[in-house]
Design a protein around this ligand. Structure first.
Ligand SMILES: Cc1ncc(COP(=O)(O)O)c(C=O)c1O
Length: 371
């Protein structure tokens, strides 16, 4: 049987380029705490993304936790059950009560109308996720946040480089969070960032990620250790040189999947929206078992038999995990779309080095041409 094909495989910079950077770090003897690679990477990444203020983090989860601290969010936050657990865990680690609202049926992002109906006197913020990198309804969310005096924090872990009418998606809301985990479009092995819109907020975030230190003897808050180190930053700088090429490869895989699967009865794929520049982080398909003639799990197992390992992102819903399932907002009748979609989804393998024969095999199995 052919080699296993997983949902993703990390893109790596050329090893010889990385060795040159490592030699530089060995020479500098600066390993962390805003060293030269960190400074350069922070600047070049902000320029690449088209954002003004960006703070690097050790990972996306610490960025989410720190973002909530930076805005002093308390009480209740309305969020989506259809995401990776870290989105809701960041609320729990801040002693904030998550309130789940349902997702909309086109892009499977948090539904603004369901959010509005979930606001209580305890609500302080909304935390939507740009799921699979498809933008949330950013204008409607801003309108709701403005009307009710709420903060808006986007989990943009899937949305590296995504643009809306030429503007970075990270420029919407109060803060946005990125993840540079090995599985993401852009990785620094582990890593993340917070994007904000003014220097004062960036300063506050930078203090918080370094224990709250604002000077040699000054600690302004109970901060955390969430700093990105020099090795990660040097790795990230090299990744930036190759990112456009990697995104282009993801696009051509996406185009092939779309062309091959768009007419398969019972298989739904997400259509792009006009004016949106995507970076193709995931390729989810949604199985309607009646029309397809098989359940999602039957197809998932069949792919596995051929050594193809898709992932059911996001199943189970966050609201179904033990920590959260007792919450009133976790009840399935509050989240009908999310429950339905979680039972239909499989994310197919997508990464720059994915081979054409693997893509053809995957499409053949899904379109019943290969058994
Ligand atoms: C939507 C979402 N939020 C948060 C995270 C957490 O990021 P990290 O793994 O960098 O901590 C991830 C992925 O890992 C994610 O997919």
């Amino acid at each position: 049987m052919s080699k296993p094909v997983y949902v993703t495989q990390p893109a790596l910079p050329p090893l010889d380029e990385f060795i040159i950077s490592l030699k530089e770090i060995w020479k500098n003897k600066i390993l962390t705490n805003n060293g030269p690679f960190h400074k350069q990477f922070e600047k070049e990444l902000a320029d690449y993304l088209g954002v003004k203020y960006l703070s690097l983090f050790a990972n996306g989860t610490l960025a989410l936790i720190t973002a909530l601290q930076a805005l002093r969010i308390t009480g209740e936050v309305i969020t989506t059950p259809y995401s990776f657990v870290a989105t809701t865990h960041s609320l729990w680690w801040n002693n904030i009560k998550p309130v789940f609202a349902d997702i909309e049926p086109n892009y499977y992002n948090l539904d603004p109308e369901k959010v509005e109906a979930s606001i209580t006197p305890q609500t302080t913020a909304i935390m939507p996720v740009h799921v699979y990198g498809n933008p949330c309804n950013v204008n409607r969310f801003q309108q709701i946040a403005d009307t009710y005096g709420l903060k808006l924090i986007y989990d943009a872990a899937h949305a590296f480089g995504v643009k809306i009418n030429g503007d970075s998606i990270l420029n919407f809301g109060d803060l946005s969070i990125l993840s540079f985990h090995a599985t993401k479009v852009f990785n620094t092995i582990e890593g993340g960032a917070i994007i904000c819109h003014d220097e004062k907020t960036k300063q506050q975030i930078d203090y918080l990620k370094n224990f709250g230190f604002a000077g040699e003897t000054i600690v302004i808050a109970p901060g955390i250790n969430a700093k990105m180190n020099e090795v990660q930053a040097a790795f990230g700088l090299l990744q930036l040189k190759h990112i456009d090429e990697n995104i282009a490869k993801r696009k051509s895989i996406t185009d092939f999947y779309k062309k091959s699967l768009s007419n398969v009865e019972g298989v739904k794929i997400i259509d792009g929206e006009a004016g949106i520049e995507l970076t193709y982080s995931y390729f989810p398909i949604f199985i309607d078992e009646n029309a397809y003639g098989k359940t999602r799990d039957e197809l998932y197992e069949e792919l596995k038999k051929h050594n193809i390992f898709g992932r059911r992102y996001f199943y189970p819903l966050i609201s179904q995990f033990p920590t959260y399932r007792g919450l009133p907002s976790s009840k399935p009748d509050n989240l009908p779309v999310a429950n339905k979609i979680a039972d239909q989804v499989i994310c197919l393998p997508i990464y720059p080095e994915l081979q054409q024969d693997s893509i053809k095999l995957i499409c053949g199995i899904i379109s019943h041409k290969q058994n």
